[in-house]
Design a protein around this ligand. Structure first.
Ligand code: C2E
Ligand code: CA
Ligand code: CA
Ligand code: CA
Length: 279
């Protein structure tokens, strides 16, 4: 690399420094974001393919900073984990989403709707996490079985036995466990064999390849038959067009989620959707 001359080095230095400044700016901004009310939660509907109705929603966090603008959760969540604020953010998201679900249920008494909340390994691993869920359920009054915690295989990377215990305790509360981004990790089958998994979300990469590649289509089909055999609920994520939806219907994939059906929307739009559905 040294042979490339001074100019390159200088350029490299500048971009490195800019990246470091960006990272530092984001860290500092994130530390104050909760207190400044910069976060919000949006909800993406999950539809039953058989009834065509909304059967649940997935809560997704949004961050809007006055200077940095909108930052994607894919960028800021790892930083929030690094600087030790993820547990506070996660608690706020769950509290906010559960409160919202309780409002929807109060407004539509016959409503059947489950709420999915993404939880990272850092949150699960923190002592008192199970109690925190118990508390939020008690405070908001939502039924445990209406709550689904979405985890990815990465939570099992460190201390899998401890994680298994925590998941078991969460399940004892009546809360369900969903394995997110299914198929993208290393030993997906091992996890559903060994750990208490109630639901699987097929990663959007399979759904997007399904119409072009026979193999992807076959993989989706196999995951669905596995789900049926194990009584695990299956949701296909990232459904973006009609042919994909049609194919998933042929395969009897019970739940679907994606931009074709609805983007993530604010709580008010969910109420409108539920209103339409109720009439
Ligand atoms: P995820 O849990 O796999 O969420 C699905 C992501 O795909 C969301 O992006 C959603 O907006 C997007 N999506 C939904 N339908 C489609 C589609 O049809 N096509 C495409 N291309 N994308 C679609 P988002 O909201 O940017 O979230 C990204 C990731 O950030 C999430 O992936 C999740 O891992 C993480 N995340 C978001 N909110 C939270 C949170 O509250 N807590 C934690 N721990 N993680 C979160
Ligand atoms: Ca998810
Ligand atoms: Ca996912
Ligand atoms: Ca993902």
């Amino acid at each position: 690399a040294k042979k490339q001359g001074r100019g390159r080095w200088a350029l490299f230095d500048v971009s490195m420094r800019e990246a470091a400044i960006d990272a530092l700016a984001m860290q500092n901004a994130l530390k104050r974001a909760l207190a400044n009310n910069e976060f919000s939660v949006v909800y993406q509907p999950i539809y039953s393919i058989f009834t065509g109705e909304v059967s649940g929603v997935e809560a997704l966090v949004r961050w809007r900073h006055s200077v940095l603008g909108r930052v994607s959760p894919e960028r800021f969540i790892p930083v929030a984990e690094d600087i030790g604020v993820m547990h506070e953010l996660g608690r706020w998201v769950m509290q906010t989403a559960c409160t919202e679900l309780q409002r929807w249920k109060a407004r539509f008494p016959k409503l059947k709707l489950h709420l999915n909340v993404n939880v990272s390994g850092v949150e699960l691993n923190r002592s008192g996490y199970v109690n925190q869920i118990r508390l939020i359920l008690a405070q908001t009054g939502i039924e445990a079985h209406d709550l689904q915690v979405e985890i990815t295989e990465s939570v099992f990377l460190h201390q899998p036995d401890k994680i298994a215990q925590i998941l078991e305790s969460i399940r004892e509360l009546g809360v369900r466990i969903a394995l997110d981004d299914f198929g993208t990790g290393y030993s997906a089958l091992g996890y559903i064999d060994r750990y208490p998994i109630d639901a699987i979300k097929i990663d959007q990469s399979f759904v997007s390849r399904m119409m072009t590649f026979q193999r992807s289509d076959a993989i989706v089909r196999s995951i669905l038959s596995l789900g049926r055999a194990l009584s695990i609920d299956i949701t296909a994520e990232g459904v973006e067009n009609q042919p994909q939806l049609q194919r998933l219907r042929e395969m009897e994939c019970p739940f679907v989620q994606g931009y074709l059906l609805s983007r993530p929307v604010n709580a008010g739009k969910i109420v409108t959707l539920l209103q339409l559905q109720a009439t």
